[in-house]
Ligand binder design. Structure first.
Ligand code: SAM
Ligand code: SF4
Ligand code: SF4
Length: 362
């Protein structure tokens, strides 16, 4: 097979705040904000129906951060160097009025990139509103364009056509890029790799192939389902030759490639086989106000109790928030993906608790 050549991308812009770095010298640049732990789908690798059936106790709405509280946290994070915010969930579009949050986050000095990741089910309905509010790009998760496979993966709700309509509407209202995330699983949807690449090329959207991860404790991770992205990339490259891009900015999660024939781009997120902890600049805020330094963390820092402390005035609360987040990032040493093998060798009882993906978003 032909080897892949490199081409140069654009360089990063700098933040406006006083930057913080963690113990491994990694700056804080990105914040993922989860709006809810609920979802209308039950993807087998995230919220399997057997564990998240009818009556599952999701967060009480009282305990969700309000949009004002989220905005406050983002302001603090921006002052520490955060430039990019990604809105996530659970399914973020289950929360009414997300466009109002987008509009207010756009106003925050230092935030120069706002994205949203969704399962796409409600996207067609709100895409124009989100675009008008200033959302420039969106990622839609779509693991299959075969209706039966799609239904099997998302478990409940179905609605492949609605998701496809969401993707097309996002593109038609001018979101750019529209990215489509596919988690590839051996024997489940790996037969669709080329089809999905062709879907991306045809529809003018950027496919992102994601390695199936051992995130959380509840999805009964089965490593034999993992398809290394090298394999996915080679499959695509053999049919549609690829040209590697340089990273567009420090800490970019995906390795991206352009199709040599000029028909768009494609990306690979290979957390399992090519960990990228060394440049991980991401902090995550759960819907109930806990901060997590790593996708594989167990314990989060409770910001809600600071934000809602009735005994403090605004100034003191803000100071406490600032100090807590700075300290939390400053002592960060997390690099789970690089240490996965060590953790795996521990007996089950010594493995730490881990937060679930649906609680803090991907
Ligand atoms: N509900 C929204 C969605 O599906 O896009 C946002 C939240 S979802 C947790 C974010 C992303 O995490 C999705 O692209 C999903 O496919 C991915 N994800 C969830 N569990 C995963 C796992 N075990 N391995 C890899 N990706 C996973
Ligand atoms: Fe819902 Fe997204 Fe998890 Fe699927 S991956 S169950 S759509 S939160
Ligand atoms: Fe970042 Fe943790 Fe993932 Fe490593 S394992 S890239 S530190 S979120």
């Amino acid at each position: 097979m032909e080897s892949i050549v490199r081409q140069h991308g654009k360089s990063s812009s700098s933040g406006t705040g006083v930057a913080v770095t963690d113990r491994l010298g990694r700056p804080l640049r990105d914040l993922r904000v989860s709006l809810t732990d609920e979802c209308n789908f039950r993807c087998t690798y995230c919220m399997p129906e057997e564990l998240f059936g009818e009556g599952h106790p999701f967060l009480n709405p009282r305990n969700l951060l309000s949009f004002d509280e989220i905005e406050n946290v983002v302001r603090h994070a921006a002052a520490m160097g955060v430039q990019k915010v990604k809105i996530t969930g659970g399914e973020p579009l289950l929360r009414p009025g997300v466009h109002t949050l987008v509009r207010s986050l756009r106003e925050i000095p230092g935030i120069d990139d706002i994205g949203l990741i969704t399962n796409g089910y409600h996207l067609a309905t709100v895409a124009q509103r989100l675009r008008d509010a200033g959302l420039e790009r969106v990622t839609v998760s779509l693991d299959s364009i075969d209706p039966d496979t799609f239904d099997r993966i998302v478990g409940r709700g179905g609605g492949l056509n609605r998701v496809l309509a969401g993707i097309r509407t996002a593109r038609d209202v001018g979101m750019d890029p529209v990215k489509v995330n596919m988690v590839v699983q051996r024997g489940i949807n790996d037969g669709e790799i080329l089809e999905m690449a062709e879907f991306g090329r045809r529809e003018g959207v950027e496919m992102r192939f994601i390695e199936y991860m051992d995130v959380g404790r509840r999805n009964e991770y089965n490593r034999s389902l993992l398809v290394p992205n090298r394999e996915v990339r080679d499959t695509i490259h053999a049919r549609y030759p690829l040209v590697a891009n340089e990273p567009a900015y420090y800490g970019e999660v995906a390795e991206t490639y352009a199709y040599r024939d000029g028909t768009g781009r494609v990306g690979f997120v290979s957390s399992m086989t090519q960990p990228f902890c060394g440049s991980c600049t991401r902090l995550r805020l759960s819907a109930d106000g806990k901060l997590f330094r790593c996708l594989f963390s167990g314990i989060g820092l409770d910001l809600r109790s600071i934000l809602r402390d009735p005994d403090q005035d605004d100034e003191t609360r803000n100071l406490q928030l600032d100090t807590a987040v700075r300290r939390f990032w400053g002592i960060r040493e997390d690099r789970y993906s690089e240490r996965r093998a060590e953790e795996k060798s521990l007996p089950g009882s010594r493995r730490e608790e881990r937060v679930e993906m649906y609680r803090m978003g991907g």
